[in-house]
Design a protein around this ligand. Structure first.
Ligand code: FAD
Length: 277
């Protein structure tokens, strides 16, 4: 994990940023309450890039909260703590066996060094339209466990997102995610400029169970969401290419290179249907 000096200051150009280190979730929540303009620091791979921005009043370092670093398997689900890193997900035999889609996505994530510090919650809460983990978590029907000073709540992950960089959270910390163990087949492709160390140009994630198709992808809207029109069309089992093109028009609205991305998405959807039916 990234280490920050204890209750210290880090330099931000000409400025300095105050850092408080929380040893428990309760301590972190009290700091959030007392310093509402401070930002949580998990792996720091996103936050560090923004340190110069005035909106970051200071940092609350949560890297030492051990209770958030656990992957726990039960008969029906896997819980992944907020501070579990991408490399820890890759090393988990439980994830490989029961959530192979998530394992596969993590294989394409950044470099080994970044995967060593980047956490699952950091990726989701940074809420980038190109984040790699949100789409697979959405199609795997993940729920997110949140805590405030007053209470805890569990919500379907999809309900957390509400537009570009707009999360329905208020002075809360993510404790972790719960993913049901389900039988299903999946398709995943990430398109980028390079084969390795790629920032996603676009991706498609599809998970098929006996009852339904769940589809999502990154860099195709202002925030990552499920493609509900496409899902419904695929479930109708008999449809034409032009209907699929119309469904793409409804579900995606890329910020850049829109026509290119829609064409590639169509190809990937066709490939997915050949691969997983
Ligand atoms: C060189 C480089 C390559 C990258 N490559 C990729 C890539 O291939 N794919 C990809 O998706 N991303 C990539 N990223 C982005 C980044 O690494 C990921 O988004 C990462 O998962 C962020 O996790 P973190 O722990 O570092 O988050 P941090 O930077 O610590 O935090 C990110 C945000 O989440 C909030 N946060 C963190 N933990 C919690 C919590 N428990 N509760 C509430 N809020 C929380 C923070 O306050 C902050 O707003 C890359 C970044 C760099 C610098």
């Amino acid at each position: 994990m990234h280490r920050l000096p204890k209750d210290s200051r880090v330099h931000r150009g000409e400025y300095e940023v105050k850092v408080y280190r929380a040893k428990s979730v309760e301590e972190a929540l009290e700091l959030i309450e007392n310093y509402p303009d401070f930002t949580l620091f998990a792996g720091g791979s996103d936050v560090s890039v923004h340190l110069q921005e005035e909106s970051i009043g200071g940092l609350i370092d949560i890297t030492e909260i051990e209770s958030l670093k656990v992957i726990k398997l039960s008969s029906k689900s896997i819980k992944i703590g907020a501070l579990v890193t991408i490399n820890e997900i890759l090393e988990s035999e439980e994830v490989l066996e029961h959530l192979p889609l998530l394992h596969k996505v993590c294989e394409t994530f950044a470099s080994h060094q970044i995967r060593n510090i980047a956490t699952i919650a950091g990726n989701v809460i940074n809420d980038s339209p190109v984040a790699d983990l949100i789409a697979p978590l959405l199609v795997l029907n993940a729920t997110v466990i949140l805590s405030s000073l007053e209470s805890q709540r569990v919500v379907v992950l999809e309900e957390l997102f509400d537009g570009f960089k707009s999360l329905k959270m208020d002075r809360e910390i993510v404790l972790g995610f719960e993913l049901p163990i389900e039988q299903g087949s999946f398709y995943y492709r990430k398109v980028g400029a390079r084969e390795r160390l790629n920032i996603t140009k676009l991706s498609l994630v599809m998970f098929r169970t006996d009852d339904e198709y769940r589809v999502s992808g990154a860099s195709l809207n202002s925030y990552v969401k499920r493609f509900k029109t496409i899902e419904k069309l695929l479930e109708s089992s008999c449809f034409s290419k032009s209907e699929l093109i119309k469904a793409i028009e409804k579900d995606v609205s890329p910020h850049s290179n829109a026509e290119y991305k829609k064409r590639v998405l169509l190809k990937m959807l066709e490939e997915a249907l050949v691969e997983i039916g």
